[in-house]
Design a protein around this ligand. Structure first.
Ligand code: NAD
Ligand code: LMR
Length: 333
């Protein structure tokens, strides 16, 4: 068996972590042959709750889990870690937008960026889940200048999974039949869920999602809005934000980053924008990416019509505004 790797989950006493830790510790992210040391970070008042989570992890009797280190000290949490799930942050309540969390949460990602810079492995892969995820990832990377900027990503995989599930339900096909429906921009209500490069297997043949659905009004209307507002719909129903589906998406994201994507398959990740497709540069923008050898690459050459271009412009503008606000909060801190 391989040597254990160290993986940190922040917000480890919270809702998402409660599902996520089990999936990671079972080997669903890094593989069934990869032993793990889990570092669990939360804030001091949550140490009692975290102790309960540690007991439960022990009681799961998971063969890959070699050690669990609960802590409230970022220096301990980030020491020598190879992968980080940055979940710990305040969730929104009914009636809020995710960017309303910015002033409270962005400082967490400044401090964790600094701790990653000082203590983590230089090849660490960082996934930011805590909202507003794109801008938090940008801030985290800014405060960790010794780590390559492409090692910081934000989660839009939940949005992609939601979009894929909507298309599969509409066509009455299994989820695995639908591929390459992707998310552009911010993990917010301005995101653009884009089915135009999607493909679907129906009765043994491959079709464009656009042709199989054959309903432009749906694909540019109800479909887009449902995905954009799904997080709010879950909060309205559960009175708490999504957790099981968020944990699953975090696993999908890190799994594909670690192991690579299969040829011709695109996945959505918030990554540092190089200006591809007219997106603003130097914000963390969700693009379709392909991954090999642990490195993501923005898929090039996709066609965007005027509708798509207008949607990318709106979500790009929002990310630029969030960046300005976040940097102001951090420099005043
Ligand atoms: P939660 O309130 O249940 O748990 C958050 C945990 O983070 C708490 O235990 C809290 O004590 C801890 N925490 C707060 N500050 C911390 C810090 N500085 N260091 C370490 N831990 C800290 O919330 P949750 O439901 O688990 O959601 C966590 C975050 O994930 C929220 O911001 C939520 O909006 C976001 N989220 C993002 C997505 C996405 O798709 N990107 C999906 C779902 C939720
Ligand atoms: C989600 O998309 O479910 C999360 O970002 C939580 C939220 O605030 O919507």
């Amino acid at each position: 068996m391989a040597e254990p790797i160290r993986v940190v989950v922040t917000g480890a006493a919270g809702q998402i972590a409660y599902s996520l830790l089990y999936m990671i510790a079972r080997g669903e992210v890094f593989g069934k042959e990869q032993p793990l040391v889990l570092h669990l970070l939360d804030i001091p008042p949550m140490m009692g709750v975290l102790e309960g989570v540690v007991m439960e992890l022990a009681d799961c009797a998971l063969p890959l889990l070699r050690q669990v280190i609960p802590t409230a000290d970022p220096a301990v949490a980030f020491k020598d870690v190879a992968a980080a799930f940055l979940v710990g942050a305040m969730p929104r309540k009914e009636g809020m937008e995710r960017k309303d969390l910015l002033s409270a949460n962005v400082k967490i990602f400044k401090a964790q960026g600094q701790a990653i810079d000082q203590h983590a492995r230089k090849d660490i892969k960082v996934l930011v889940v805590g909202n507003p995820a794109n801008t938090n990832a940008l801030v985290c990377s800014h405060y960790a200048p010794s780590i390559p900027r492409e090692n910081f990503t934000a989660m839009t995989r939940l949005d992609q999974n939601r979009a894929t599930a909507q298309i599969a339900a509409k066509l009455g096909v299994p989820i695995s039949a639908v591929k390459n429906v992707v998310i552009w921009g911010n993990h917010s209500s301005t995101q653009f869920p884009d089915p135009s490069n999607g493909i679907v297997e129906i009765n043994g043949s491959t079709k464009r999602v656009w042709d199989a659905v054959n309903d432009a009004a749906f694909l540019q209307g109800n479909f887009v809005e449902t995905v954009q507002k799904r997080g709010a719909a879950v909060i309205a129903a559960r009175k708490m934000s999504s957790a099981m589906s968020a944990a699953k998406a975090a696993c999908d994201h890190m799994h594909d980053w670690w192991h690579g994507t299969t040829s011709g398959q695109f996945v959505s990740m918030g990554v540092l924008s190089d200006g591809s497709y007219g997106a603003p540069k130097d914000v963390v923008f969700s693009f379709p990416v392909e991954i090999s050898n642990g490195k993501w690459k923005i898929v090039q050459g996709l066609q965007l019509d005027d509708f798509a271009k207008s949607k990318l412009a709106v979500t790009g503008k929002e990310l630029e505004e969030e960046k300005g606000e976040a940097m102001a909060v951090c420099s005043a801190d």
